[in-house]
Design a protein around this ligand. Structure first.
Ligand code: 5AD
Ligand code: SF4
Length: 447
């Protein structure tokens, strides 16, 4: 029988895209999407466990459904994704009102699990290995202009702080021709932008073809008519070869934006994190990117308070911020994840020191953001208009090729189109502009 479902997502773009696949699967089973949790018969929590804060949020939200479940015993509560993979049946022990627990490798089976839960069964199904990326998933995309495309799943790196390889399994590249076919289909359907997803995109191909094929993938996708912007996340600095730098520079649809997770600036901390590069390697890569792609925006992930991090180590992180001139950074306080190497390290850092470093990191990065944004004032930039601004309903909001948010006044008819916007004002996290006109769809690359 058709039921109404709501998928609540925690965490990264990978999880958001998995939720689109989950929604697609449930729709193809005849279920319908609900407006929110209150009018849903099935609630699916697609979880994250990369940091403690994401876990805490999930427990809070699921616990708050206990009363609802008492009133509506037919409500099906399912928990899937990374935390489910890590905790398995523990989740139902802690929260007995949860009907279904499913792991990261078996969401394709969710419709069956839900059917059985509807018959009153409590279910926990966790596969330990990946059956591969699902072929031709029926994806219910959130956006009609921008689309995520999975190029690989899992990770082989085992950075010492990170739980991802334990919950997402080994790196599994998706066949080259399947990715190309999906992007061609997206272009036919009118999508303008695609973001290629993987835990370590530039090692794409290693497991499947015995060689890295990420640069080749970018060049092939660049030839697909209709797609105007190609993005990817996230590359690993260690595997970022000049072939990829050159592909970004030469392919006009590949956006001038590289998200390059730094994590820390100190060689000692990087070594303890098992990152496989030094501060010098990282800065040389950054310089090579700026030199080859002068307009390029570089953003990063940085962590403070890794075990054993001294004031001197932290100074190295601040120094990289200064030298790399990041346009933006996701900044995190290290949180120990049970099962990882770093969680066992003896020299954990106190919460006060972590907080103090975090605040100083924030200040340094804010300075870098605003300095970079000020350089754009007076320039005309291509903006892909995403919608009406959340803060100011009379303004439109969109993103530059460098992934910066721009707010400006303009007609709603521009939504999902490329606009020419002159930048008038720089803020730390966004730009304010003035509409100069609409672009014709961009020409295809000459390469
Ligand atoms: N504590 C804090 N941040 C973490 N990240 C990964 N593991 C942890 C952890 N244990 C951060 C890294 C990664 C981003 C997705 O999350 O910076 O790049
Ligand atoms: Fe985690 Fe490192 Fe893999 Fe990124 S590369 S998912 S930080 S183990």
């Amino acid at each position: 029988m058709a039921k109404k479902f709501f998928v609540k997502t925690y965490g990264c773009q990978m999880n958001k895209h998995d939720s689109e696949k989950i929604a697609g699967l449930l729709l193809s089973e005849g279920h319908e999407s609900a407006e929110g949790i209150n009018d849903a018969d099935i609630v699916v929590f697609n979880t994250c466990c990369v940091r403690e804060s994401a876990e805490a949020k999930l427990y809070g939200n699921v616990n708050s459904l206990r009363v609802v479940k008492d009133q509506r015993p037919d409500l099906i509560i399912a928990i899937g994704g990374c935390l489910a993979q890590k905790e398995g049946a523990n989740l139902q022990e802690k929260m007995p009102h949860v009907d279904v627990v499913f792991g990261t490798h078996n969401f394709a089976n969710l419709p069956n699990l839900i059917r059985n839960a509807g018959r009153g069964q409590k279910i926990c199904e966790i596969l330990q290995a990946s059956p591969g990326v699902i072929k031709n998933p029926s994806t219910q995309r959130e956006n009609s202009t921008k689309a995520w495309v999975t190029i690989s799943t899992g990770c082989n790196n085992f950075c010492s702080y990170c739980i991802v390889p334990y919950v997402r399994g080994r790196e599994t590249s998706r066949p080259f021709e399947d990715i190309v076919a999906e992007v061609e289909k997206l272009a036919d359907e009118g999508f303008l932008e695609t973001t290629l997803l993987g835990q370590n995109v530039n090692s794409y191909g290693r497991d499947l073809y015995g060689k890295l094929r990420f640069a080749e993938l970018l060049r092939t996708l660049n030839k697909i008519d209709g797609i105007e912007r190609i993005r990817f996340t996230s590359p690993h600095p260690r595997d970022f070869g000049m072939d990829v730098v050159l592909a970004i520079a030469e392919c006009e649809k590949v956006c001038e934006h590289v998200h390059l997770p730094l994590q820390a600036g100190s060689n000692k901390v990087l070594k303890d994190m098992r990152r496989g590069y030094t501060k010098k390697d990282y800065l040389e890569l950054v310089e090579a990117i700026y030199k080859t792609i002068p307009e390029c925006s570089i953003t990063t992930d940085i962590m403070v308070g890794f075990p054993g991090e001294t004031e001197e180590d932290f100074a190295d992180t601040l120094d990289v911020i200064k030298q790399a001139r990041f346009d933006n950074a996701f900044m995190f306080i290290y949180s120990p994840r049970k099962g990882t190497k770093a969680a066992e390290m003896k020299n954990q850092i106190s919460e006060e020191v972590k907080m103090d470093r975090f605040n100083r990191l924030l200040e340094a990065q804010n300075k870098s953001c605003i300095e970079n944004n000020r350089l754009l004032v007076g320039k005309e930039i291509e903006v892909l208009v995403e919608g009406v601004s959340k803060k100011d309903k009379s303004a439109l909001t969109g993103r530059t090729r460098t992934n910066k948010v721009v707010n400006f006044s303009g007609p709603p008819s521009l939504i999902d189109e490329l606009a020419r916007v002159k930048i008038k004002e720089a803020r730390s996290w966004s730009l304010v502009g003035e509409l100069n006109g609409a672009y014709k769809r961009r020409i295809t690359c000459q390469l």
